[in-house]
Design a protein around this ligand. Structure first.
Ligand SMILES: Nc1ncnc2c1ncn2[C@@H]1O[C@H](COP(=O)(O)OP(=O)(O)OP(=O)(O)O)[C@@H](O)[C@H]1O
Ligand SMILES: [Mg+2]
Length: 269
């Protein structure tokens, strides 16, 4: 079974792309066949994996405009089992173009789901890296997904906007995709020395309980550097705290999804 997860938060710069790329890379390293769908016009996931959006002949935009199938735009990265459906700046026009071209708002919401269907059998995990908005692109991501993974920056005002985001998930569930669930909330850019980080964690765990991943992603400079080398942190700096955290997150997700058995009680991790 393919698991499709939308990584979403309308707040900018909270670690959506970093999570898509590095969680994807570690799942691929663990033997899972992974596709990252870069549906963000910023195309940051594409460039983080060393692919220049402007040099690629085709992108997701060509899929949505009906000029290519998803299989034709999927590009292999230099990592084994990690593929990407590249994003492009042209995607920014999608919202207005789709509204003009497709009168039925229901059909407009399933562009991505329909595009993914023929390639599902090739992947165990598909991560959709969404832009920082709750517009048509993010709705398409949620309509195509089984779950939403929400990175939350461990900073001031982290919780602001979460209500609106969860409201959108609920609306998509009701109107478009009854099977949509919340995969989990992920604390990112965590600094254990910072009181604010600890407060955000406390609040989030008190409110969302088990929905919050046990794994916390620390603020780590290697995570910020890796994209400029076009590499996931798993190869750029495998011993960094950021790398270890994303590896642990991959394991936690595999256990949550029932792919890996939990380590026996008392076993060293
Ligand atoms: N844990 C971390 N430690 C240090 N830097 C990080 C961490 N996570 C992400 N960054 C850096 O912070 C910036 C924002 O991260 P990222 O691009 O993943 O966020 P985003 O939510 O995808 O942003 P956008 O909303 O613009 O798509 C990037 O420069 C990234 O390299
Ligand atoms: Mg991003």
């Amino acid at each position: 079974m393919t698991r499709i997860y939308a990584i979403a938060n309308q707040k900018g710069g909270v670690g959506k792309t970093t999570t898509a790329v590095n969680l994807g890379a570690y799942l691929a390293a663990a033997g899972q066949r992974v596709l990252i769908v870069d549906i963000d016009p910023q195309a940051n996931a594409t460039s983080s994996l060393g692919l220049g959006a402007s040099q690629l002949p085709r992108s997701l935009y060509d899929v949505f405009s009906g000029d290519a199938d998803l299989a034709d735009v999927i590009t292999l990265t230099s990592r084994m089992r990690l593929d990407i459906a590249p994003g492009a700046h042209a995607l920014a026009a999608l919202e207005t173009e789709a509204v003009e071209a497709i009168r039925d708002p229901y059909r407009r919401s399933f562009l991505l789901r329909d595009a993914l269907t023929p390639t599902l059998h090739r992947y165990d995990y598909i991560f959709i890296d969404s832009p920082p908005s709750l517009g048509l692109i993010t709705v398409n991501a949620m309509a195509a997904a089984h779950g939403v993974l929400i990175p939350v920056q461990s900073e001031y005002l982290a919780m602001e906007g979460l209500g609106q985001l969860l409201g959108t998930v609920e609306q998509v569930r009701k109107a478009l995709n009854p099977d949509l669930s919340i995969v989990g909330l992920l604390l990112t850019m965590y600094d254990a020395r910072n009181k604010l980080s600890r407060q955000v964690e406390e609040e989030l765990r008190a409110y969302f309980k088990d929905l919050v991943f046990t794994t916390v992603i620390p603020r780590n400079v290697r995570l910020g550097e890796a994209p400029s080398y076009g590499e996931p942190v798993s190869t750029y700096a495998p011993n960094s705290s950021g790398a270890r955290a994303y590896q642990q997150l991959a394991e936690e997700l595999l256990i949550r999804d029932g792919v890996l058995a939990p380590a026996p009680e008392g076993a060293a991790s």
